[in-house]
Design a protein around this ligand. Structure first.
Ligand code: SAH
Ligand code: F3S
Length: 481
């Protein structure tokens, strides 16, 4: 097999096994969660072995793949708009084939082919290894679909091609699927049952990243705290495992401890944590290792006990407060962010006030806030009426966003006058004379470039802030370099 050398965006050499003589060009883009972006890197790796090189130029592509999101209706509309764009490009470039990957592919299956004539290929999130066969079908002039969800697939054996990476931070998937069945959420239907990846393959992928000089890794899963490796298989089948498998099982706290211990200079992050699955062990491991970032994304969705129950979030408001109190007492400097949904079916003004008062208690660093969007097939869609009028959902959302803006400003203000460690990730979007990086708390900081370069850990004195960004000046390298 001939080897070719390619270059990714940072100019780092990337060695690809080339199977086919003629290089074909792959344009791949991703919408939605970080898992989709990470999956696209797996897809690029699978197709590199088939002779596909990635291109940034849509008009030049032989194959266009779009990794899609179904989480809200708007996310699906965005993808439909992109398909219109591909349609226009196909008029100039008729050889171009179009494939849809990810959650919309899984949700709509072969219906996609009927609804969108431009689409040649529909591939669900667990079927990417079948892409070479599916592309052969398409080459032979037939449409191809594979949306089979798997009990095993974790892509643990595939080394992702780091697409558009800054060469500093990378994502590593550790679990796939979700068993939680929150009543509003389409993910369990599009990504299947929860399974965890072999810790050995996770450690190997991270070793490789460290060897390539990456400085930060984010462990990814729909529900990372639920990670459980007992030799393979679905999380729900753990009860049936042998005594030996149970005794040697690796949970999330253990995995985090192993990675942090092995690479003490690597910054470690993880997302997402579901409050019902987060343990004190995880918080203690975070406190034990300086290199585990002091930041937890801890979606709450609603501050009302009644709504939490309707959402099938398996914890109460009080249990959430207890978790927050534990985090803050074990790691006082820990930042916390939220996801909140406004206007879930039956949400009253009083429920909404409960959400606002919960926010007042926690004072999140920042958050991701959404108006409820009914998703076909979910329990909420089947059993509940989407009865909160759109204007009320929007008004409540605006109130939540405004309160969050105040809290972000309050949290950021606390950094002013302090000197904090920043990992430099990229040039600031607003000025080519400034670097942009993040604190351990995940807050973005911007400062004049000076002698420093991307990938350096620097100490930055924070002079001022906005609700989104800290502004400061570098005062020297940190000990972590
Ligand atoms: N696994 C994560 C969430 C994944 S989806 C967790 O543990 O919570 C990301 C966020 O999208 C959710 O936290 C929720 O706030 C939002 N979301 C999901 N379904 C939604 C819907 N139907 N309407 C509006 N927002 C939704
Ligand atoms: Fe969705 Fe709830 Fe899982 S929000 S991804 S079903 S934890």
């Amino acid at each position: 097999m001939e080897k070719i050398i390619d270059e990714n965006k940072q100019g780092q050499p990337l060695i690809l096994d080339q199977k086919k003589e003629n290089q074909r060009k792959l344009f791949i883009e991703s919408y939605g969660c970080q898992m989709n972006f990470s999956d696209s890197e797996i897809v690029a790796s699978i197709l590199a072995k088939e002779g596909f090189n990635t291109t940034q130029d849509l008009e030049d592509a032989d194959l266009v793949l779009v990794n899609t999101c179904s989480i809200r209706e708007k996310a699906e509309q965005t993808v439909r708009k992109r398909l219109e764009k591909y349609n226009a490009v196909k008029k100039i470039n008729p050889r171009m084939k179009v494939g849809v990957l990810g959650c919309m592919a899984e949700r709509l299956k072969s219906k996609f082919l009927e609804e969108e004539k431009i689409v040649d290929l529909v591939v669900g999130p667990d079927a990417y290894k079948d892409l070479p066969n599916l592309i052969e079908e398409v080459d032979a002039g037939r449409n191809a679909v594979n949306v089979i969800l798997s009990k095993e697939e974790t892509y643990g054996d595939i080394s992702p091609v780091r697409l558009q990476s800054n060469g500093v931070s990378a994502f590593v998937s550790i679990t796939r699927g979700c068993d939680n069945m929150c009543t509003f959420c389409v993910v369990p239907f599009t990504r299947g049952r929860e399974r965890s990846r072999d810790p050995q393959s996770i450690l190997e992928e991270i070793d490789e990243l460290v060897a390539q000089n990456f400085k930060e890794v984010t462990l990814l899963g729909q529900n990372v705290d639920s990670y459980l490796w007992y030799g393979g298989g679905l999380k729900k089948d753990f009860e049936k495992a042998s005594d030996f498998q149970k005794a040697t099982a690796v949970n999330f706290a253990k995995l985090l401890d192993m990675v942090a211990e092995k690479h003490p200079k690597l910054r470690l992050r993880f997302t997402t944590s579901n409050p019902q699955d987060m343990t004190l062990d995880v918080i203690n491991v975070m406190a034990k290792h300086q290199n585990i970032c002091k930041y937890i994304h801890l979606p709450i969705q609603s501050g009302s006990d009644r709504i939490l129950k309707e959402m099938n979030r398996l914890h109460t408001r009080q249990e959430y407060f207890d978790l927050i109190d534990n985090i803050k007492s074990i790691i006082p400097e820990c930042a916390i962010s939220q996801d909140i949904i406004t206007g879930f079916p039956t949400e009253t003004e009083e429920d909404h006030q409960d959400t606002l008062s919960l926010m007042e208690y926690v004072k999140y660093e920042y958050g991701f806030m959404f108006a409820y969007s009914e998703r076909p097939g979910t329990l909420a869609a089947r059993k509940m009426v989407d009865d909160v009028p759109e204007d009320i959902k929007k008004r409540r959302l605006a109130e939540v966003i405004e309160l969050q803006r105040k809290h972000s400003e309050y949290r950021h203000q606390a950094f002013v006058g302090k000197t904090v460690e920043i990992l430099i990730e990229k040039e600031s979007k607003k000025s080519d004379a400034h670097w942009s990086g993040r604190t351990t708390q995940n807050t973005v900081a911007v400062f004049p470039k000076g002698e420093y370069k991307i990938g350096d850990f620097v100490m930055v004195h924070i002079d001022e802030c906005t609700s989104a960004t800290l502004l400061g000046e570098a005062v020297g390298y940190s000990d972590n370099n």
